[in-house]
Ligand binder design. Sequence first.
Ligand code: DUC
Ligand code: ZN
Ligand code: ZN
Length: 478
Amino acid sequence: MSTLDLVIRRAHVVTATDDTRCDIGVAGGRIVALGESLPRAAREIDAGGRLVLPGGVDGHCHLDQPMPAPMKMADDFASGTRSAACGGTTTVIPFAAQAKGESLAAAVADYHRRAEGKACIDYAFHLIVSDPTPTVLAEELPRLIRDGYTSFKIYMTYDDLKLSDREILEVMDLARREGAMVMVHAENSDAIAWLTEKLLAAGRSAPAYHAAARPAPVEREATHRAITLAELVDVPILIVHVSGGEAIEQIRWAQGRGLNIYAETCPQYLMLTAEHLGGPGFHGAKCVCSPPPRDKASQRQVWEGLANGTFHVVSSDHAPFRYDDPQGKRLGGKEVAFPHIPNGIPGLETRLPVLFSEGVVKGRIDLHRFVALTATNPARLYGLYPRKGTIAVGSDADLVVWDETRHAVIRNDLLHHAVDYTPYEGIEVTVWPALTLSRGAVVWEDGTFRGTAGSGRFLTCGLPEPARGRRVAARIWE
Ligand code: DUC
Ligand code: ZN
Ligand code: ZN
């Protein structure tokens, strides 16, 4: 065995499939041994029988994404990854977003500049494809996929991002040929525009009406349409940020037909309801995100979907806008009408403790499923497994020692993002990471951030597992 840099002793190691008590040997930032009584290393950590899980992989978060002025995201790669590390996440996959009329390669180059020297944990990029021109489809995207950008998000709503059904078919067809993963934001754009116009005409402009402008059928219809388009093309897709039972029904229907439909949800759909958008004054703006949180019944349906395997991933969809800020929710310094409130809520740091406390501790999901949903599956779906998302010989030493005795009340001033609020203020969690290691280096220890901006590395992604080894039969149009 090579000389060990670090041994974590007496670890209770739980992965998506296994449950073992052993020592973990680390050399060169990777796990090189799992065993009993490993030899002494330069550095020793005694886990004391505590749980050691793979570091979280947050497969959906937004950091320093260019926005139309005066909107600006509060977190860049420094504050965003710091916050992630303090909450037990060791890999993030934010989005290099193409603006309409812009080359995708230029968007990627710009996003690398934004990340350069800032991240304290490893990161990969998804792409956002908003303008699938013939050049993008024939040249840029295939090249980027081969260079390790193997997943991309497409939108069915938002005027500056949305694709037509025809464009969606083109992008899905390319993903099928190249083996990439398409993530779909499923909401019916025209229905939202129509409802929004009606609500504003009736003088209903407060944050609460954001939810009324995007009711469940808007998401259900688009989810069904995305599934149908993917079926026509014969390509796996992942429906992101699924909010409740209506969209879940479509996904289960598709899965029951044997279609390769993957699904993601987020803590906001487990913890919040549309009532949070109706908070006092303008405070409901803090919970404005799309799709909006729904009701208690929807929360139960999402929990059921996590337990029964409908969902594969729980991500944060961290979209960090400050509340009391002219670049954030009070856009331009005003209490703007709901269509102008920047969409998104922060959640990188709270994703794992909230899901662990509410899901595992309360007996709604088991620990293996927790690990699968938050680390292993996103690593598999985005071509990072087994380097990330598990504890195995050869994997990066991205590890979290969990403190299951830590009862804490979430308060924004305890968090490490650059946002001035958390939607989870006052919620009690019963676990928190005691120690987070990124490739063997401590980034969070007993309540103190110990990471270094710039130590995080960019990860090129392999092909997503659903595409690997998949026989891509020529389609009738080929
Ligand atoms: N919705 C998105 O689609 N992205 C960011 C945040 C949000 O609410
Ligand atoms: Zn989205
Ligand atoms: Zn998002």
